[in-house]
Design a protein around this ligand. Structure first.
Ligand code: F6R
Length: 612
């Protein structure tokens, strides 16, 4: 949420790297953007509302090419508004010290009002409504000649979360960066050093990176990086190599990242599965869980925490754990969990699901569960992310970078990882080797099944054409397909701006059916799972109210009762959510495309929600 880029070089102009870094981070927030550039003459700031392209246009107008070479140090930001409207005044970087100091910030300063009062009493004038401007003035107030020390002093007074980068004309050539609860990565290039809130803005320059930890403050100069703790003592952090390259974060011929990521799923899932199945033992090998059979056997209850799409994956996980391992499982919305004084303890296994590994509410749920002594694991996609590190054990999804704001391949990878976890847990209990073997075979064939759904993209596009103008839609499913109904509705809401509701198929007649008419398409999840016959009955109820029904049905089993059918291959109930979800992703994508929506960056949203 919000993106930060910083660039420091001996000889290269910072302007282009900052702007292209921001474009790569735009998926994290895109309501305004800005850069601050330092030269011997001082700091210059350019800010614009709207997308990074608008900022680029402003720079082209106001900063001629020939002037750019002198700016070899700079910071930049793309914003997702929390405090104050998306205006130029509220856009980052924020200035202090008479325009000499510039600072960009991700996160939320919770005590900003008190800090602002104190600064105002000392005569500081504010020009924005943001919490970040407070931080800029606070750093300036503590600047007595040592920039890093000034940042440390300011941060000691701050409650909340931050990833920051700051420059000051009083300290030429220096950039100070720090993190607490909001990621920050430093890329060590041969000639240049790049800082970003996400490694995707760095890989164009280098794959050698340092992931800062909470409480780290670093001085970045063209000569290198010095990392300290908040009390200003030196700390050392390992340089790591990023294991994917720039191709993974480019569109590669697709019109949108969302479509590319939908189509990447066979490979993404093959990566999630690779090396993790044990056909002989009929189980899964998930060494990152770091749990002995004895520890697994002692688990009495599972709690699965996550938000949004990750929560929906967790709801599928509940069904898998209960059916394969006979262990009660409850999916919990992470923010609710955290504030509900959750009853978890040493017999409970809390699994946190997060694509980004940075979602604030999920992280808080992890911390609360650790405090309460539960066994905690994380299933994350982003390697080295905060949730993955704090949980200390878990399963990486290895689905590759997900750039589209709407999550697709992370969902199917999460469900696959949960299925393997449930298989492993099940094998410590009642699940026989034969049953385990059957699942191992099914999971091995999953990438091919998904390929067969993708082959339906054109057919699904034709169905989308019929319904793209609807203003309301319903998605119904039961059992393990109910969370997929929720996920299908979420996808349509966020990328196509169509009001959509996901319901348990049987629940429709307890009220919502009053809304059905020939104008409200109902997408019915009818893949082969126990209870399908009952859902067919619910389809009849919808048809009797003239609602068109779009079935997501198994090949050869397209129900005559439905108006249209998206066909998915026949598979076992455990994999039905995955193939059905892929069909719904395509449906949402095509509806959004036909409605002319901004698919990869839907309005009001941002990837990676690092605020509560
Ligand atoms: C929906 C979507 C969000 C995220 C949610 C959690 O398409 O992307 O609902 O799933 O914000 O994010 P992670 O998984 O990064 O914790």
């Amino acid at each position: 949420m919000c993106g930060i880029v910083g660039f420091s070089s001996r000889s290269t102009s910072a302007v282009r790297p900052l702007v292209s870094g921001l474009s790569r981070l735009e998926y994290r927030g895109y309501d305004s953007a800005g850069v601050a550039l330092e030269s011997t003459a001082g700091v210059r700031v350019f800010k614009q509302t709207g997308k990074v392209a608008e900022l680029d246009k402003l720079l082209k107008r106001e900063l001629p090419e020939e002037e750019r070479a002198k700016y070899t140090l700079g910071i930049a930001h793309t914003r997702w508004a929390t405090h104050g409207l998306p205006t130029v005044a509220n856009a980052h970087p924020h200035l202090a010290d008479g325009g000499r100091l510039a600072l960009v910030h991700n996160g939320i300063i919770e005590n900003y009002a008190a800090l602002r009062d104190g600064l105002e009493r000392r005569g500081v004038e504010f020009v924005s409504q943001t919490d970040t401007e407070v931080l800029a003035h606070l750093v300036a107030a503590f600047d007595r000649g040592d920039f890093l020390a000034a940042v440390c002093e300011a941060l000691k007074r701050v409650e909340g979360t931050y990833g920051i980068a700051a420059i000051s004309a009083r300290h030429p050539g220096e950039m100070v960066v720090a993190r607490k609860g909001s990621p920050l990565v430093i890329g060590i290039g041969e000639k240049d050093t790049v800082v970003a809130s996400d490694v995707s803005a760095i890989v164009a320059y280098t794959r050698q990176v340092i992931y800062l930890k909470d409480g780290d403050v670093a001085m970045v100069t063209p000569d290198g990086v010095d990392i300290h703790s908040l009390d200003n003592s030196p700390v050392s952090r390992e340089v790591q190599e990023v294991d994917w390259d720039i191709g993974a974060i480019e569109k590669g011929g697709y019109d949108h990242f969302m479509l590319k990521e939908i189509f990447e799923q066979p490979d993404a899932l093959a990566n999630t599965i690779r090396g993790r199945l044990d056909p002989g033992g009929g189980t899964a090998i998930l060494s990152g869980l770091n749990l002995s059979p004895r520890e697994l056997a002692a688990v009495r209850r599972l709690v699965i925490v996550g938000c949004g799409t990750s929560l929906h994956a967790g709801m599928v996980g509940k069904c898998l754990f209960e059916s394969l391992a006979d262990v009660p499982a409850s999916p919990e919305q992470a923010a609710e969990f955290r504030y509900s004084n959750p009853i978890v303890g040493p017999d409970d296994w809390v699994i946190a699901l997060s694509q980004s590994g940075e979602t604030a509410d999920t992280l808080a749920a992890v911390r609360e569960s650790i405090r309460k002594g539960a066994l905690v694991s994380a299933l994350c996609n982003v390697v080295g992310s905060t949730i993955a590190r704090e949980a200390g054990r878990g399963v990486y999804l290895h689905a590759g970078p997900e750039i589209s704001v709407a999550s697709t391949k992370a969902f199917t990878a999460q469900v696959t990882a949960l299925l393997m976890t449930a298989l492993k847990l099940g094998r410590t209990r009642r699940l026989s080797r034969e049953a385990g073997d059957r699942l191992v075979r099914e999971i091995t064939g999953l990438p091919d099944l998904v390929r067969r759904v993708l082959a339906q993209s054109e057919a699904i596009a034709r169905i989308a054409e019929k319904y793209a103008s609807a203003s309301d839609m319903f998605f119904i499913g039961r059992g393990i397909l109910y969370p997929v109904a929720l996920e299908g509705a979420l996808k349509v809401k966020e990328v196509a701006y169509v009001h959509a509701e996901g319901y348990q198929a049987a629940e429709l007649k307890h009220g919502p059916i009053a809304l059905l008419s020939e104008k409200t398409p109902v997408v019915a999840l009818l893949a082969d799972i126990p209870g399908k016959e009952k859902t067919l009955g619910n389809v009849q109820e919808c048809r009797a109210r003239n609602a068109p029904v779009i079935a997501v049905a198994t090949e050869g089993d397209e129900t005559a009762a439905a108006t249209d059918a998206m066909v998915v291959p026949k598979t076992c109930p455990e994999l039905a959510p995955i193939v059905s979800a892929v069909a719904l992703q395509l449906f949402a994508y095509h509806v959004a495309r036909l409605r002319g929506c901004e698919i990869d960056q839907p309005r009001n949203l941002a990837k990676s929600v690092t605020v509560e």
